[in-house]
Every structure is written in C-alpha cells, then in structure tokens.
Design a protein around this ligand. Structure first.
Ligand code: ADP
Ligand code: ZN
Length: 833
C-alpha cells in the first residue's frame, strides 16, 4: 500500500468503527436513562469523538446529547436515525470525564444525563433552535395580501433570524400552517444551536495597507475629511490590530469616520474573543516561596514524592490551625506544575475569598483559573474554556472544580476536607473526596486531604494504612494554640444570670472593647431542629435505640419527641426526667436575637452580623468581612460561615454562645461536627502577635466533644469517637444511604416510605452488614408545604447492595411520582435532612 492508500484505509476503518454513536440525551428521566444509537454520516466520522456534543432527533424533539461510545455495523442496534449536528469542533468532555460520568451515575444513582451535566459549566448547555427557510417562494407568493401566508412570507424575508420557537410563541395559531408548508416542501426546517452563553467578542481594527498604498489612500481622501486621514494614519501606525473602542478613544473618531475607510478596505474589522477574567490580571509582584519549617518540609517531601511517583496515592495532611498548610499546598502545586502536570485545589465555598484567590494569582499569575458559584455564568464558561484549552495549569475552586477538564492531573488538594460543603446536595449527590480519589486512579495522581480536624472516615483510613498521613503539630511561628475556657451555663442560671452571656464572656467582651481589640461571636444555629434541654441540669432527651437527640414536634395537636433516624417517639416531658426540675425547654436561638441582646448590654459597640440573611447578595459576604478587617466594627457575630479560613490580626476573643446547638442535631456526626467547629472557631483567635482567648458556653461542659475541643486534642477525640461509631454501626464502619419520600399529602409520603422500607427489607433480608432503619419523619419534616419521610439503610460496601438499592429506588420513584410526590436517594449521605 502506498501512503494515500494507507490513509484511505485508516479513514475507512474510522468510518466503519463509528457507524453508530451511543448518545446520552439531555433528558433526566429514569425511563430514558441509557445511551441511544444514532447513525454517524460517514463524512462526519472524523469529527465525532467520545465526548462530542451533538444534536439528535428524539421523538418529536431535537435535543442535545453527548457521545459516550461507538458501535460498529455488525452490532445491529435498534432502528436508528442520523445525528443532526455536531456542536463542537473539540469535544467538551475528555474520555476520562465520560468514564467519570458513568461512575457517578453508578455510585450515586443518578441518571447518566444528570452526571454528564454535572461535569460541565452551566453555560455549555446549548439551546437547540429551529429556523425556517423558504424553499418555494412562488408557492407562498401566490397568496393574497393580508392573508397569514403573506404575513409569514414577509416575516421570513425581513427577519430570517427569527426562530420557529419565537414565531410560534407570538403566533401559536400558525402552527398547522407551518407544519403543512414543511410537509409540502414549501418551507424547510434548519436546526441551529444557540449557545446559552456566548463567547464575548471585541471588535479590533487593523490597516492592511503597505506604505505606498497608504500614501495613495491618504491622497485620495478629500482634504476636508481631516478626521478620516487621522484615523487611517493612526491605525496604520499601530502596526497591529487594536480594539476599536480604544482607537476611538485615542483619536476622537467615531463610526461615521470609520465607515468610508471600511468600505474602501483600507481598514479592516476583526472580531476577537476575549475571556472574562473575574479577578482581573494581577500585575502585582510575584510572591515568592517562604522557607519551610521542618514539619512543612516534611509534609512537602511526602507529597512531592507521591506526585513524582505517578501512582495514585491519597495523603491526609493533618495540621493544626495556623500550621501553614497553605504554603505547603502552594509549593507542592508549583512542583507538580514544574514536572509538567496539572493541579486542582478545592477550598470550601466560603473560604474562597478574594484574598485566598489573590494568594494563588500572586504566586502563579495567569496559570490559574478560578471556579466557584459566585461567578456569573459567562465567567464560569470562560474559565472552563481556559482549562479545557490548556491555557492554565492550575484550578482553584469550590466543590465542582474537581471536574476540571485537565488531561494530566498530578495533584488534587482538598483543603478543610471534613467540610460538609464537599457533598453536593443535588443530583449527582457526589462527595468531592471520592471523586478526587476516582480521578486520582484515572490519572495516577496524588490526592491531598488537608485538615486540622479530619473527617473521622479519613482519619480511620489513615489509621488502617489505606491512605498516607503526615502531621504538622505546631503553628508556624510557634504561637500557642489559644486557651479555651468552657463556661457551665447551668451554674450561671443557678446564680440567677438569665442572660445569654455568661459573666466571663461579658467581662471578656468589655475588656476587648476598652482595649480596642476585636471579638468574634459565634452561634451555630441550624434553625430547623429543636431539641429538648433541661436548663437546670443539662439533660437532653435521647432515643433509647440510636442515642441521637430527640426532636421536638408539635403536630396534630400534641407535643411529641421523635427520633429522626429510626422513628421512635415519646411524649414531651413536662418535668425533667433527671432532676425533676421544670426548666425543660426546646432550644434554638437565632443570630438576630443575639444581636438585639448585644445592643442592650453593650450599647456603644458596633456589631457586624453575618448569617444567611445578611449575605445573600453577590459579594455581600466579602464586603462584611472587609468592613470588619478595617475595624468598622468591634464585634463580628455569625453562624458557621465565620468559623473557617478567616485571619484577623486584632481578634483576641472568640465566644461561642452555645455549644449545644450543634451538639444536639439529630445526627450521629453531631459530636464530630461540634468538635470540628469549636476547634476551627478557636483557631481564629491569637494567630498573630496578640494572644487569644476562647470562651465556650455550654449546658453540658462535660461532653467529650467539648472537653477534647477545649484541650484541642484531635487524636484523643478520634480515639473516643471511633469507638462510639463502631458500637453504633455508623461510618466509617458502615456507609449510609437515605431515601427521602416527599409529598404534599402526609399519608402518601408516609406510604411510599413504608413501601421502600418493606421492599428493602425483603431484597436485603439476611444480608450481613446490612441494617435497615425504620421509616421516620425527616429532620426537615415539612419543607415548602411538603411532608418528608426518610428510610435509612446501613451497609458495608455499596457494591454489595447497589443493585438492589437501585432497583427499589427506580420502582418506588415511579410510584411516588404517580402519587404526585417524589422519592430521592442520597448514597453515602453525610447529613440526613
Ligand atoms: P493553616 O491553613 O494551616 O491554618 P495558614 O496556611 O493560614 O495555616 O498559615 C498561617 C500563617 O503562617 C499565615 O499567615 C502564613 O502566611 C504563615 N506562614 C506559613 N508558612 C510559613 C513559613 N514557612 N514561614 C513564615 N510564615 C509562614
Ligand atoms: Zn432512634
């Protein structure tokens, strides 16, 4: 064979292998949750790949889809239609992302379409549109003026860019007419695609003339058209294309001046794409590496050798607050990039502040892309294209940045890996840590999980040797961890202090206000769950089966305490079962009430309140923090959103109003969360020159989570908590999946949940390591007027029950739908709401 023959043979081979494309169509219904086959026109074979976005006929509709594979002729798929359109020159999804999508749908039981969509920025979603083109103008012109046919003809001739959809939305009565014209061949339908987000274009001007041509042109222009001459000379002098806007600004010219030059071809317009840079280019000086401390160096070496090894590895970087984890990340990323690989760095959404991003931009310049939910859709789309196009080597972002379309990942870092925000609460309900480890296996990359208070699972795997672990036990500048005082609020009550501030906290605040230092007050309010607490003795009502605090309910006329895991219920006690006192109260204080109280007790203090209500607008969060940093206020009062990542030099007192509000969430992770929160909060104080103090108020100061947090002893807490988890068959010893049945009608919601429970019991009966908890009202038992019931199952490995869970889920989801509600499932649930 000669060269041409070989090329032909290869081409022919491609055409044959790509006879049919397997396409995931953008419909999130379980009934169509599989790839569909479409014919690939032979001439397209070379531009359709795995990951390519296509337009396909789907029933009466034209839908967008993604190619996930190919089938050759011999496989004889069902009756097929051809692809309508190939939507991108380069496939938006890489092959490994297509594989990841399939894993996501298996692991988290979501549809393949939902999994694929999760991997792409929202701006990718195109809108398929239809245009009408006149094929037989004579047939149309034959109608008389004033008839709808002529009106349609006029419209199509005058504004050919009107889509069929637009036309039908203003003239729905035209539908039959249009359909019959299409059938008769008078009109033709063309499919076009409107990208949901357009690339941003800027007009540039350039002068294509030679020196002599320019002279000739200048002479040709009338001497009175001075502006024209000036403009032409100016564009010529620039020597290269420049933005029209700038040229107009510099010369004072306008479109009117430009027009004749364009017509003569002396100046040419050029549309160029620009990328929106959400943070602007940082022209500041490059920040250089800091010399590492001994334990930083040790951690860095460990990560570095893992990155160099090309084998997938996961390392827990356990470093106390202020131990300088960020510097280790920065240097490890630099090393990774130097070795020709790419790096992904995840930070919790709220820690992704402009200061944080600036650190990366300063160190790595425009090698960094940033991805998080506060970016506009256009900005996200542009950042995504920079990654896909290979223009950047590093991505910093929140959870979804883990899907960055890189080709050679060497390192993925998850900072504050224990954070709940790393679990997506919508389909696919993925956990970023698991996705990172999956991608790590695909790319031979290293995953670093960084935290001062690792998730119990993570720490356990390190203990078992399944993942590596390095410790950074001291703060960088040797500063002591702040002293934590725990105040027993029962004693305050006994001493007739009915205020929400203990004497110690009040005094602490007064002192700071006098000295001009700053205070952070922290209230972990999760408004929905109200537990019952005796203010005299600290007694909390718990489920006898699950040990989980019972939740106060007032429903159908009477007061009840219920367990949100197993459904156990008892009457609300009038007296404390422990001390017989009558100070039994349900509990829950909001930031607003604390703010009022602050105003009463410290009338001269300026307070900034940060919670979901005051931080909704774009940038509101950053602005409030900035005002606090500039010392516009002495006190920052907030919910968990102020607990992490903030670094204020003048904060010397951190107060926790009530440790209880996280301790008694109806969640087996409540102790862990409380420990993590208290440790993180305490880490906010005394990071700089001034020593810090932490005051924690509690009605249960002897609780182990509070005691260990007081001493900031993660390891001791881990040792204790892991035994509790083992005894209760909770993670990391079992994994949880939660079904939630939702319906406006309480009985229907309950009936579906009961059926799920019954079906699961039957499917998994006698299965080792499986525990099915009873149907119970969800902690959020009524949301937006809908009733919610949970069925929680525990199992060893998802693989061993996945098939059964999927079957029951799919069947029961149909049934829930028929009853006007829905059923959702959360695999590896982190928080059961
Ligand atoms: P962590 O994330 O572990 O809580 P940070 O990364 O915020 O800690 O670091 C705490 C402080 O120490 C930061 O102000 C940082 O600039 C500083 N720092 C980190 N490493 C070094 C170093 N090697 N030398 C001097 N300062 C450092
Ligand atoms: Zn229970």
């Amino acid at each position: 064979m000669n060269g041409t023959d070989r090329q032909m043979a290869a081409l022919w081979e491609t055409v044959r292998n790509k006879r049919y494309a397997e396409v995931i169509v953008e419909v999130r219904a379980a009934e169509v949750d599989r790839p569909f086959h479409y014919e690939v026109p032979p001439s397209w074979a070379q531009c359709v790949h795995v990951g390519t976005r296509v337009l396909v006929p789907f029933g009466p509709r034209k839908l967008e889809g993604y190619v996930v594979g190919f089938t050759s002729e011999t496989d004889k798929p069902e009756k097929t239609k051809p692809l309508l359109e190939v939507l991108d020159d380069e496939p938006p999804l890489t092959e490994d992302l297509v594989e990841l999508a399939s894993w996501l749908s298996e692991r988290y039981l979501c549809t393949k379409a939902a999994a694929v969509q999760a991997l792409l920025p929202s701006g990718m979603r195109a809108k398929a549109t239809t245009y009408l083109k006149i094929k037989d103008i004579e047939a149309l012109s034959a109608f008389l003026p004033g008839t709808p046919e002529i009106e349609l003809l006029d419209l199509l001739q005058n504004s050919p860019k009107t889509t069929k959809e637009q036309m039908l939305s203003s003239r729905p009565e035209w539908r039959p007419m249009i359909r019959s014209f299409v059938e008769q061949g008078v009109l033709e339908e063309l499919y076009g695609v409107k990208q949901a987000i357009q690339a941003k274009m800027i007009t540039y001007l350039i002068c294509p003339l030679s020196q002599e041509q320019l002279q000739a042109a200048l002479e040709e222009i009338s001497p009175r058209a001075k502006k024209q001459k000036e403009l032409l000379a100016h564009v010529y002098d620039l020597g290269e294309a420049a933005p029209m806007k700038d040229i107009f600004a510099e010369t004072g010219a306008s479109s009117a001046t430009l027009k004749p030059l364009l017509e003569k071809g002396w100046v040419v317009k050029e549309e160029r794409e620009v990328l929106r840079d959400p943070y602007g280019v940082q022209h500041g000086e490059r920040q250089t590496k800091l010399p590492l401390t001994e334990s930083q160096q040790n951690a860095y070496n460990e990560i570095r050798s893992a990155v160099d090894s090309d084998a997938p590895r996961t390392i827990l970087l356990q470093g106390v607050t202020g131990s300088g984890k960020t510097e280790v990340y920065l240097q490890a990323i630099a090393a990774c990039v130097e070795s020709g690989k790419q790096a992904v760095m995840l930070v919790p959404e709220i820690a992704l502040t402009p200061q944080m991003v600036e650190q990366f931009k300063k160190r790595f310049g425009d090698m960094v892309a940033v991805m998080h939910s506060r970016l506009s859709a256009g900005e996200k789309f542009d950042e995504w294209r920079r990654i896909r196009g290979g223009e950047v080597e590093i991505v910093v972002g929140a959870r979804s940045a883990i899907f960055a379309p890189f080709r050679r990942i060497g390192l993925m870092i998850i900072d504050e890996e224990h954070e709940t925000s790393y679990k997506q609460d919508d389909h696919p309900k993925y956990l970023a840590r698991e996705v990172a480890m999956y991608r790590g296996r695909q790319h031979g990359a290293t995953v670093v999980l960084g935290s001062a208070t690792p998730a119990l699972e993570t720490r356990w795997w390190a203990h078992q040797g399944q993942i590596g672990r390095v410790e950074m036990p001291e703060r960088v500048r040797g500063q002591k961890l702040p002293k934590v005082r725990v105040i027993d609020m029962r004693l305050e009550l006994r001493e007739r202090n009915h205020s929400m501030f203990s004497k110690a906290l009040k005094k602490g605040i007064e002192e700071r206000l006098e000295r001009g230092e700053q205070i952070i007050l922290f209230l972990n309010r999760r408004g929905f769950a109200t537990f019952v607490l005796c203010r005299s003795c600290g007694f909390v009502a718990r489920c006898p089966e699950c040990e989980i605090p019972l939740t106060y309910h007032k429903a159908r006329g009477y007061e009840q305490l219920r367990c949100h895991y197993c459904g156990y219920a008892e009457r609300n006690p009038e007296q404390c079962p422990d001390c017989r006192g009558d100070h039994v109260r349900h509990f829950g204080t909001g930031t607003q009430r604390v703010e009022e109280e602050l105003g009463r007790v410290f009338p001269d203090a300026k307070v900034i309140r940060m919670d979901v209500d005051t931080t909704t607008g774009k940038g509101a969060h950053a602005e409030l923090l900035q005002r606090f940093r500039q010392k516009e206020a002495q006190i920052l009062l907030g919910t968990q959103m102020i607990a992490k990542g903030l670094d204020f030099p003048d904060v010397t007192l951190v107060g926790v109003i009530s440790a209880e509000s996280s301790l008694y969430l109806p969640d087996f992770r409540a102790a862990e969360r409380t420990f993590q929160l208290l440790t993180q909060v305490a880490g906010r104080a005394g990071r700089h020159e001034l020593p810090g103090e932490v005051v924690v108020q509690s009605y249960n100061p002897e609780h182990y989570a509070i005691q260990f947090a007081k001493k900031q002893e993660y390891e001791a807490f881990f040792q204790h908590e892991i035994r509790v988890r083992h005894a209760m068959h909770n993670p990391p010893f079992r994994e949880l999946a939660a079904f939630t049945s939702v319906n406006e009608d309480e009985d229907k919601a309950l009936a579906v949940a009961r059926r799920v429970e019954e079906r699961m019991r039957r499917e998994l009966s006698g299965r080792e390591e499986v525990i099915i908890l009873g149907t119970s009202p969800a902690p959020l038992s009524r949301l937006q007027g809908k009733y919610r019931f949970n069925v929680v199952i525990k199992y060893g490995r998802f693989k061993t029950v996945g098939a059964e869970v999927r079957t029951v889920y799919q069947e029961m989801a149909q049934e829930a739908k028929k009853l006007g509600g829905y059923l959702s499932i959360d695999v590896n649930a982190q928080m059961i709401l």
